[in-house]
Design a protein around this ligand. Sequence first.
Ligand code: COA
Length: 256
Amino acid sequence: MSEHVLIERNGGVLTLTMNRPDKKNALTQNMYGSMADAIVAAQQDPAIRAVVIQGSNSCFTSGNDVGDFVNSPRSDTKTPVYHFLRAICNAEKPLIAAVNGPAVGVGTTMLLHCDLVFVANDARLKMPFVNLGLCPEAGSSYLLPRLLGHLRAAELLLLGDEISGQRATEIGLANRALPAGEAVLEAAQQAAQRIAEQPPASVKLTKQLIKQGVAQIAEQTMDAEGAHFTELLASADAREALTAFIEKRKPVFANQ
Ligand code: COA
């Protein structure tokens, strides 16, 4: 359990709230572990019909804790982060995301595993893996081009540029953009409650049918990405980029 993840049930809806405001909801191993356990347990609990993943009314998540990247790098795919990624990849019950403010790194890639995504108009989605000397994760190197086409996926991954919630909706990365704040969280809750009132067997089968084959390839991709990611985390470029963030300075990459 992590004190930084709030877990609440309301009727058939389980809501996971990332709650580490002083670090912009940066995800620690404990937070990944708590969310993974809750999602896995929800699959076995007939009373839970949908799962909402949210941050606050001003921040979704700044992604993986940068200090953790430096101090306790992912050594293999048995760590809590992969437990979480596999849980969202293989969830049979609908996952609904509510995104306000920053959604960095895994904050954006986790959305690729969700079934409905509500964003604030001015949400800030960004996947700066290359900028940090890293590579895509969470199956995003397969899921993102599948969803957006190669050119848009390449633009987002190679440049690591930030896009707004409005833009995310235009390119198919989110369902609906709303005024920032409570409206986004409410839209996600309403959609989840509507799903929770639908016949559960049909909901389950429909999700399974529309994702047929996808989860399997995404999981294989995740394993391949994970091996590269682990290697890159130990590289001089990644160390420099991550240390520069912690030291609040611009990174300087050496000639090779
Ligand atoms: N890991 C650890 N700490 C983080 C963090 C992260 N991913 N993101 C933010 N923080 C910390 C900051 O260091 C700062 O801590 P401090 O108050 O002790 O100095 C605090 O959270 C607030 O962050 P700040 O950068 O001042 O907020 P902002 O509103 O100006 O910017 C972000 C918000 C999310 C855009 C910016 O923090 C950011 O880019 N974070 C890094 C994201 C990242 O690279 N994640 C990994 C992706 S693979």
